[in-house]
Design a protein around this ligand. Sequence first.
Ligand code: UFG
Length: 343
Amino acid sequence: MSKILVTGGLGYIGSHTVVELHNQGYEVVIIDDLSNTSLNVLESIHKITNSSIKFVELDLKNSVKTKEFVSSNKEIDGVIHFAASKAVGESVENPLKYYTNNLFSLTNLLNELKNLNKEINFIFSSSATVYGDPKILPITESEPIKKAESPYGNTKQIGEEIIKDLVNSSSNFNAISLRYFNPIGAHPSALIGELPIGIPQNLVPYITQTAIGKRNELTVFGDNYLTRDGSCIRDYIHVVDLAKAHIKSLEKLIKEFSKNYYDAFNIGTGKGTSVLELISCFESVSGKKLNFRIGERRKGDIAKCFADVSKANELLNWKSKHSIEDALLSSWNWEKHIKNEKL
Ligand code: UFG
């Protein structure tokens, strides 16, 4: 049985990936610094998996502690690296936080893994943000990488470069970067999901919080884009499908791909949905009328962003399965769970 380290394993995508890894029979070790999550998530993972998964509280910026951790977990075969800060706006206000949290911790971890002198399979959590405003839609992996629009986006571009350079230089690393489009949804048990701190920046948690009465109204950021209904188009992917893409990637690295393999893959559904379409779909699955108004465009938003996922379909043997309806219903059930449990 392979032993897999999941950094940031108590976060939104991390926690769903831990559950899927466990379902596939992997032994999992979670590390998390608890900066944007809590031990409740570990408890929920234990409930879902009906087993006790090893957890170590660790901040990867701490070189001494990272060294200690890796040297006492030498049996690790694979690493899925989620641990990072992810708020675009905050990264503009506090760039050093992002360069330190997202890149210094990455190099710390990679240094220690390299010192193990054994084959390591590494999955990096990247983002469609690396493409900026795409020239051609749907976006393929050969879309040129443009200058990043935020320090957050820059850390994803540089992170990918660091990993690619390391794979090229060393005989013991294989790696894949997964460029996520827009993750939404929650586990079907409604025990884990996205738990934004403060006012949500992303659309779906804002919708569910408005529907449950935590927020008065949702503002749709612009209805005058050159799209079919004037609102922006994104590729919303169910977090469980996204989690499964990590397991497929790991399997391919472990079993099939040659040594010193590196590549990047789009992870989305391939289908674009507009903000207004998403709202209407939410209303129909939840049976709730959403209080929303049309507002100004949000700075930095692009009109359309959706993936060409044929590379991941073919090379990773992965395809998204859940519909937008499934995803929104699971987000809604999760929001109700948050309310019932007062999380
Ligand atoms: N939106 C609203 N109202 C809101 C929130 C969002 O209308 O209150 C709209 C946005 O304008 C956008 C769409 O909903 O058109 C989706 O917005 P999100 O903030 O949910 O997602 P983004 O596509 O802006 O952001 C995602 C990821 C980021 C990543 C970025 C760029 O969440 O991590 O894509 O690729 F950096």
